[in-house]
Design a protein around this ligand. Sequence first.
Ligand code: PLP
Length: 411
Amino acid sequence: MSLSNGRPYLAIPGPSVMPEEVLRAMHRSSPNIYEGELVELTRSLVPDLKAVARTEGQVAIYISNGHGAWEAALANVVAPGETVLVPSTGRFGHGWADMAVGLGAEVEMIDFGRATPVDPDRVEAALRADTQGRIKAVLATHVDTSSSVRNDIAAIRKAIDAAGHPALLMSDNIASLACDRFEMDAWGVDVMVAASQKGLMVPPGLSFVFFNDKAAEVRKAMPRVSRYWDWAPRGNPEFYYQHFGGTAPTHHLYGLRVALDMIKDEGLENVWARHERLARAIWAACDVWGQGNGALALNIADPAHRSHAVTAARLGLPWGKHLRHWTEHSAGVTLGIGLGMSEPDDPKGEGFFRFGHMGHVNAHMVLGLIGVVEAGLDAIGAPHTKGGVTAAAEIIAGAPVTRLLAPAAEA
Ligand SMILES: *Cc1c(COP(=O)(O)O)cnc(C)c1O
């Protein structure tokens, strides 16, 4: 017997759970791609995307996943032979840096490891040391999806300004957009990349590059930009096909329209607050499971540096692997794998797992997720302290945040 029949729950950090409303909007025949409804709908997306990014800048939409957005952003502002500075946490900074290498750029990497955020002072020092002004852009990751660290993007802008350096600040918000608070203009971000399949609740296949006037000027001074990635016609199209450099991603656009309506109806501040509360419920459960001789530990120790979209945890071998197997096959919940977490005695990082809690998630889903994990810890015999579900339910019920931050002090 298995208890997994019923609605499956993909609780990984992207693709995220898609709302029925989004799926229904996509379930339709193709529209005319030259005039009428689709053209109007596309036009309506632009201000709403900019509102989610908190920017007055422009947005270019691509038919691609997040890797495409990485390449698109770089292709517009970094020429072969130019240098980018990459303060990297976890895996994803390395991924973006690798795209830069592929475009012929030089990469200066500061690796902060997989459990700590970017230290802005070291970014400032690296920029001060760049007396030749070689560094064209700083590539930062807002939320690193492998480690679940959340970096302080505004502090990185302050570091760039303190060094008096003209480099562009580019931010990867693929995991965090519409989950963790982000203010593109107020935080001084010049270029921001995002994708459809995480906080935006649409299937993988659309990506977004937001850019301000400063970045647009840098683009204009480029010797050349690849036609397909060029953000200028996409951001400001003379003809409809230029929005997408060809045929529009028709059905994704219908889905995105509904997803942006849902975010607008809830209110972006409320969306962020929901993600924060649900994340705290997961952390509270993990804190309890890890008490005593419990094997579970959150990857990011300081709650102030944790993402509200994804949570990485270490359970050790063989438990991490067994837990994921049990929740999927016995309970219908798929947890995320450990990514970039290999250790000498765990080369595949299978002692780690991740909770994805981005986008269309609510209290009953997260409590179900936590209940299944607690049952799973019991079923596989992993050392843990019981009571995670109760602790999470208290957070959901509105318990003061301090209870979560200091569970030991409660006892
Ligand atoms: C998911 C993700 C990516 C990669 O996106 P793909 O759609 O898989 O190409 C890049 N950066 C971050 C922070 C992500 O979460």
